[in-house]
Design a protein around this ligand. Sequence first.
Ligand code: DX5
Ligand code: ZN
Length: 217
Amino acid sequence: MLKGLAPSILAADFGRLSDQVQLVLDAGAPVIHVDVMDGHFVPPITMGPLAVDAIKAQVEAAGAKIDVHLMIERPERQIEAFAKAGADSITIHAESTPHLHYTLQAINDAGCLSGLALNPGTPAEAVSELAPDMVLCMTVNPGWGGQRFLEHSLSKLVRLRTLIGPGTALEVDGGIDAETAAKCAAAGATVFVAGTAVFGAQDPAAAVQTITTAITR
Ligand code: DX5
Ligand code: ZN
């Protein structure tokens, strides 16, 4: 099960991707979050399996995990490619395919932990009938880093935790910094994605430590 802070490389300097990843790994980040966008499910286009492959060796050497967040339509077509590239977990959006049950199963069959992401407008009850290893509660609308945390997410997290029980990881993504991470932890979150608050900080290593302290209190 994933746990703890997951810096999102979406906010990293891609000209120095390996150095940036190493910086947060050395600071103790247990998970690296990879945001995949296809220009359809969300307007921007970001990265694909090649980015996962590029950081795999150093993440593995640090004993950390790669958490792939697919903001793409028909994710069932891409599971194998991301699993082969080295994803440890793959999260798909509840809004992205009619084949959620099948795709979550395919993720597990490929040897990865499965995640189900819910947009801010998707009710918590969308997790019913499904048994992912992790639920990702979007705390902003997907597509861009640097947005403001949506406060209504806190009551949704509490409802989600009741629905999924204690054995499923609960991830938050969007507008996460030390302050919002602490609030989400109190509401039941266990995995915390942070892009801007880590890579946009003057000192990303110090930011990793500050947010980690805020969620382990
Ligand atoms: C947004 C992405 C996030 C993004 C978060 O669609 O899923 O993972 O990188 O960025 P911040 O932490 O800047 O809100
Ligand atoms: Zn994400």
